[in-house]
Design a protein around this ligand. Sequence first.
Ligand code: 13P
Ligand code: 13P
Ligand code: MG
Ligand code: MG
Length: 365
Amino acid sequence: MAITLSVIKADIGGFVGHTSCHPDVLEVTGRVLKDALESGLLKDYDLRTCGDDMYLVMLHTKGTDNSEIHQLAWDAFSRGTEKAKELKLYGAGQDLLSDAFSGNVKGMGPGVAEMEFEPRKSDPVIVFMADKTSPGAWNYPLYKMFADPFNTAGLVIDPSMHEGFIFEVLDIYENKTVEFSAPEEIYDMLVFIGAMEHYIIKSIRRKKDRDIAAVTSTQKLNFIAGKYVGKDDPVMIVRAQSGFPAVGEVLEPFTFPHIVAGWMRGSHYGPLMPVSFKDATPSRFDGPPRVAAAGYQVTEEKLIGPRDMFDDPGFDHARQMANEIADYFRRLGSFEPHRLPLGEMEYTTMPQVLKKLENRFRESS
Ligand code: 13P
Ligand code: 13P
Ligand code: MG
Ligand code: MG
């Protein structure tokens, strides 16, 4: 029987500032999920946080884009928002952009990653949850996991994945997708996915049977809202082992804290630091950007877990490197490449400053 794993996430209020979620809000949101478990709508669920973002991990059999499941998430976030407003948390209801729910939370603020699959005899799944960055942050690690044999030994030595994977890439400006077949088309693909604020890997399938391997949330809040309403703080689901990369191959790309857009005011580049859930509290200059990873053994009935996958000394060096890179970037202050290019900043005073100075600009001789 096919099962669906839906992760729907939102920032409905930060405690303190944008650094984490408040336990009372989690309790209220969790109660809505518990009711859905008892009514049988959900088979199982887990509620996690990374920074000020709350992630609803839901196991069910309703398929993707199901209106009951999306309604449930919307209700859970709405109830949590009431509590967040009562506590005057920061940016209460930040990601709920509409007052009226219309069947699907896509386009309404929350981020969504969902996959439907026939569970294997044993199905290890890792849900990556990020704060202070955008969905483009997943391009680099996904490329490493599913297309780079120096990361994933299985691409070379495991007959069940040796044929490679199909990458579905979204152009977020045009809202069009294109598929690339790896390894044959990796040079073409890298032209696009290297521009990670424009072309975002949306899903990955195993070539030999098109079984789903990975999905990401691709919502860009700033496009949805037409104005700055916070960074997208994305989620990614990856299946591991037996024809997919091993768990260690899925985690390995995060030993390199690559540079992502986000951090302070959603307007700075900085390193993505892999952390345990306990340390998913970005406070230094509202960062550096964080990623936490929840591992589950997924069955027809239950999410066995989670295991806190980055709670491992094997990632200490990545964290130390991320801190060193953070120090380096911070010393650049308002200068690029710490600050994002003008077109990509979520906050800017440029229009006002330009207006103030418009009479002082002279033709250059
Ligand atoms: P085991 O032999 O322990 O199952 O490990 C296989 C594997 O995929 C390790 O990466
Ligand atoms: P969030 O997108 O996580 O709410 O952060 C916004 C921000 O401005 C951080 O400085
Ligand atoms: Mg926030
Ligand atoms: Mg956030």
